[in-house]
Design a protein around this ligand. Structure first.
Ligand SMILES: [Zn+2]
Length: 194
């Protein structure tokens, strides 16, 4: 369950090997990938721009990360703060192998440029943020995603919507009252006082 340092080193070596196979220039001398304890750094200097594919162990979705970030990613474990079921907590978050079918939802983040909520986002003055997340499994997860990843803006959007809903219902109420008053007044008892 836990990924120890040797595993990580192996993974880095494996990734570097893959990159090398793909023709990336890796300075192995400058990539001390084994046996250097906590001070270990992945310094394949010539690969600063090289990317490697890693996979979420939750959704098996692919992420492309710079090689120098690989070690950091491979050490990440799911935590309660991540958007994952509790049984994932403590398990490695990324794998170099795609060991399952990517579970792709189709719901977009409310801050996605082509989200159905886009007009609300614009009306609320929150156009400063666009989020590319577009594979959220359910509507519930959309809310969870938005309130976790964009908490302040999501709060602002929610309160904008609440305010508008209240204004709408006020308008409706006013309209109803007006109709009621009109209805009462219309059958005028003209000049009937005495
Ligand atoms: Zn988002």
């Amino acid at each position: 369950m836990s990924t120890n340092k040797q595993d990580i080193d192996d993974i880095v070596i494996e990734a570097n090997a893959e990159l090398a196979q793909e023709g990336a220039a890796i300075d192995w001398n400058d990539a001390p990938v084994t046996g250097s304890g906590e001070g270990f750094t992945q310094r394949a200097t010539s690969t600063a721009e090289d990317r490697v594919a890693i996979y979420s162990t939750h959704t098996w979705e692919e992420s492309i990360v710079p090689v120098y970030m690989l070690k950091t990613h491979m050490k990440q474990k799911w935590t309660l703060d991540n958007d994952v079921p509790s049984e994932y907590v403590g398990k490695p978050a990324w794998s170099l192998k795609q060991e399952g079918q990517p579970s792709r939802g189709t719901f977009k983040c409310v801050f996605h440029a082509s989200s159905e909520a886009r007009q609300d986002v614009l009306n609320a003055g929150l156009e400063g943020l666009t989020c590319n997340k577009s594979n959220i499994p359910t509507e519930f997860d959309v809310q969870r995603h938005a309130s976790m990843k964009h908490p302040e803006r999501y709060k602002a959007l929610e309160s904008f919507r609440r305010g508008r809903a209240e204004a709408d219902s006020r308008d409706t109420m006013t309209e109803l009252l007006k109709q009621l008053v009109d209805a009462k007044v219309t059958p005028k008892t003209k000049g009937s006082t005495k």
